[in-house]
Design a protein around this ligand. Sequence first.
Ligand code: CTP
Length: 407
Amino acid sequence: MQIYKVGGAVRDRLLGRPVTDIDWVVVGATTEEMLAKGFRPVGADFPVFLHPKSGEEYALARTERKSGRGYGGFTFHASPEVTLEEDLIRRDLTINAMAEDDQQNLTDPYHGQRDLEARLLRHVSPAFAEDPLRVLRVARFAARYAGLGFTVAPETLALMRQLSESGELEALTAERSWKEIARALMEDQPQMFIQVLRECGALKVLMPEVDALFGVPQPEAHHPEIDTGVHTLSVLEQAAQHKQPLTVRWACLLHDLGKGLTPEEEWPRHIAHEQKGLKLIKAVNERFKAPKDCQELALLVGEYHTHGHRALELKPSTLLELLQSFDVYRRPQRFEEFIAACEMDARGRKGLEQRSYPQADYLRGAATTARSVAVQPLLEKGFKGPELGEAIKRERLKALKAYKEKA
Ligand code: CTP
C-alpha cells in the first residue's frame, strides 16, 4: 500500500500556513489489511480509519457515485484498484486535490499548485456537485483566504449557482450546515462567506432573511452606506477585526433582519424593526440548530441593540429593565457580548469604523452599579419573597438614578 498526505495539510504547507490536522489517503489496500494493521474504522460503511497511535484520518482511495439526493445518497466505492488520481478527481477544489508522499513529492494532476499561485478557488471536476455542502465550503475558504487575494473561479461560481438553484442545498442537514457556518464566521473575513453565498444564489436558499436585506435602504444620516445588506457585511467585518467570539458574530449577522420586513413606503425608516425581526431570528436560529448561547444572544441583540446605542439617553427605569432582561447579575459575560455586538453595529458603517462608542463603558458602569446593590441590609429590614424583589429593584433604580446624574 502507498500512503499520501492529502487535502488541507498539503495546501496549507504550500501556502506557508500552519497545518492543524493531517488527512491521509491509502492506495492499494483493503479494509481487512487496514484492520490487521490496527487501524480503527470510523463508521461501518465508510472506508475511513483512525491511526492506532496518532488518531489521524486515513481514507482508502475511493470513487464516489451519487445514488440519491443529499448527503445520505452516497455509495462509496473503495478498492485497491482505485488510483490516487481517481481519488483526487472527486475532491472539491484543485488546491485541495494535491497529494504528497513521505519524501514531499507532490502529485498534482489537476493543477492545484497553479491555482494556489493564481489565488483561485476552482473545482476539480463535475464531481464537485456530488456534495452540495461544498457550496458552503468554497464560501468558507473564500472567507479564510480572501486576505491572501483568493477569489472563486467564475466557472466554479457558475456551478455553485446551478447547485443552489437545483434545490440540492435544501437537503443538507442542519448539523453539517451549521458546522460550516460556524467555522466560516470565525475566519478572518466572514463577510466574504456571506458575499460569496449571495453571489451564487445560495444565501437566498439558506438564509433568505439575510439575503432580503440587500437593496433595503436606511437613513443616510446614521448609515452612510445606506444599504442594509452592505451594513450587515460591515458589522461582520468589524466583529472579525475585533476578534469577537462566535456568539457575537452570529448576533451581528442577524441583528437587523427586521429591516427586511419594512414596507417599501416606510423606507428608509424602520420603525420597530427590533421587535419585528425576532421571529425571523428565531427561524434562522432553529433552521441551523445553532447552539443555545448563539441563539440567545442573537435574539437579545436583535431586540435591544437600539437600546444599546441610546444608552446615555435611557431613563433609569428603562436602563434597569434592560439590565434585568439580560440578567446581568448572573450572566455578566452575556451582557459584555451584547455590548460588543452593539459596538460592532455602530462601527460597521461607512466611514465610521473608527468612531468611539462611549455607550459601552456607560452600560458596563450601569451593570456594575445595579450589581453592587447589597441585599443583606434589605433582608435585615425584614423584606421577604416578592416584597424583597421589589425592594431590591427600588434600590437598584435609586442607584442608577445617581449613576446617570453623575455620568
Ligand atoms: N473534501 C471534499 N469535499 C468535502 C469535504 C472534504 O472534497 N465535502 C476533501 C478535500 O480534498 C479536503 C479533504 O477532503 O481537502 C479534507 O477535508 P477537511 O478536513 O474537511 O478540510 P480541509 O481541506 O483539510 O480544510 P480545513 O483546513 O478547513 O480543515
